[in-house]
Write a protein that binds this ligand. Structure first.
Ligand code: CMC
Length: 379
């Protein structure tokens, strides 16, 4: 039988119909439910965005108020999960801890039968609220500090910073993190969303599915790039050193983290928005030398690779923003996961409406059928 042609990485192959987000990669446009990301980042909050992604419309003031209250009530973690976070090795990567913790959360929560809308909504509230608490609680434990109780009256961003640092955040810090969460909340059929939908398509529960998403997001070609961007900028060290560093990467065909995208051939619109946030933050708190290194690196990389469609992606400026907020480098990808939980859950809900088990084909390149060789006859 003739085999179908392989599409490496399924690049551009539609895996589902989706009404959640839309990208025009050539024009640098990203929309959630028809709203431009630039507008949402300025006008909206993470809570409004999470609601929009799931429900399809922006919430009314009354809906938003009760949604914020519901989220506030779901932040306390179950005690077996707190003990688990306490006992994790201090040098474990936070994404490994988060993946294990989401599975453990699922084990502590009531079962979510596939197709049960009320149970699914419960899991949505629980995951949106508990994932930030997990990340912050683990960070406290690994620093040898006690966890901080959540404040149900704060926003997701504000409460996360409170649980992380023990201090109520400044308005600017809360707002900047809130914008970053909006910018990372969904991004069409990316690797982690696809992974989460594949798991959910087996009628596994939402916690197991989000674990799949967290695992996929942890890789350096996806969410894990943001911490590597900061490591690159720090290792370059100064504006004067950028050119030589970049030429070395070009000569060795090295992948420069924070650049390039499967879908965008221009600068990622989220990168534009994050750069503006960085500038706003520097106006308040003073600039950081690494930002000048980043600007120079952008210029050198785009001069050399811009014609190939390689420009800064979302991860290029996010690390600079997070480090200015005092967040440790290896917590950047968990913050991405906090935001993306909103998109993953909206996609699972969409998958639930019209589920078909994912079962792609393959192009077989192994040996043809042959007789079994008894062990004594094997050379
Ligand atoms: N630096 C240098 N060259 C690059 C880069 C880069 N960052 N990205 C792509 N290229 C080159 C690559 O070497 C290849 O060149 P050639 O045709 O000469 O062999 C060509 O561009 C195509 O690259 P590809 O890896 O086949 O393209 P892709 O569509 O699979 O890549 C990507 C998408 C994001 C995996 C890739 O651009 C990359 O590895 N970037 C660095 C990691 C990164 O920043 N990831 C975060 C992505 S955005 C966050 C998210 O959505 O998760």
């Amino acid at each position: 039988m003739a085999q179908k042609e392989l599409v490496p990485g399924l690049a551009g192959v539609p895996a589902a119909e989706s009404a959640i987000s839309y990208i025009d990669g050539a024009a640098g446009i990203l929309q959630y439910r028809g709203y431009r990301i630039e507008e949402l980042a300025v006008e909206s909050t993470f809570e409004e965005t999470a609601w929009l992604l799931m429900e399809g419309e922006l919430p009314t003031a009354a809906q938003l108020e009760s949604f914020r209250k519901e989220l506030g009530q779901h932040r306390e973690l179950p005690s077996p999960l707190v003990s688990m976070l306490h006992d994790m090795p201090k040098d474990a990567h936070p994404m490994a801890v988060l993946q294990a913790a989401v599975a453990a959360l699922g084990a502590c929560e009531p079962r979510v039968p596939f197709g049960d809308e009320a149970a699914f909504r419960g899991a949505w509230l629980r995951l949106l609220s508990a994932v930030p608490s997990i990340v912050a609680t683990h960070e406290r434990f690994r620093r040898g500090q006690d966890p901080i109780s959540p404040d149900p009256t704060l926003s997701t961003a504000g409460n996360f910073l409170l649980q992380l640092t023990g201090d109520r955040p400044s308005k600017i810090a809360e707002r900047i993190l809130d914008c970053a969460l909006v910018l990372h909340a969904d991004h069409t059929m990316n690797a982690s969303t696809f992974a989460a939908r594949v798991v959910y398509g087996t009628q596994a529960d939402p916690y197991a599915s989000i674990c799949g998403g967290v695992g996929a997001l942890s890789g350096p070609l996806h969410g894990g790039a943001n911490e590597r961007v900061l490591a690159s900028l720090q290792s370059i060290g100064s504006v004067e050193a950028v050119d030589a560093w970049a030429q070395d990467q070009f000569a060795n065909k090295g992948k420069i983290m924070g650049f390039g995208h499967r879908v965008y051939s221009v600068k990622d619109p989220r990168s534009h928005a994050l750069q503006s946030l960085a500038v706003k933050l520097f106006d308040e708190l003073g600039s950081t030398p690494i930002y000048d290194v980043a600007l120079k690196l952008e210029q050198v990389v785009v001069d050399r690779l811009g014609d190939k469609g390689i420009h800064p992606n979302v991860d290029f400026f996010s690390g600079i923003v997070y480090s200015k907020l005092g967040i440790p480098t290896d917590q950047f990808t968990p913050i991405f996961a906090i935001a993306r939980t909103a998109g993953w859950m909206a996609h699972l809900h969409e998958q639930m409406q019209d589920n078909k088990l994912y079962r792609p084909g393959q192009v077989y390149v192994g040996v043809a059928e042959r007789p079994y060789v008894p062990i004594g006859e094997r050379g």
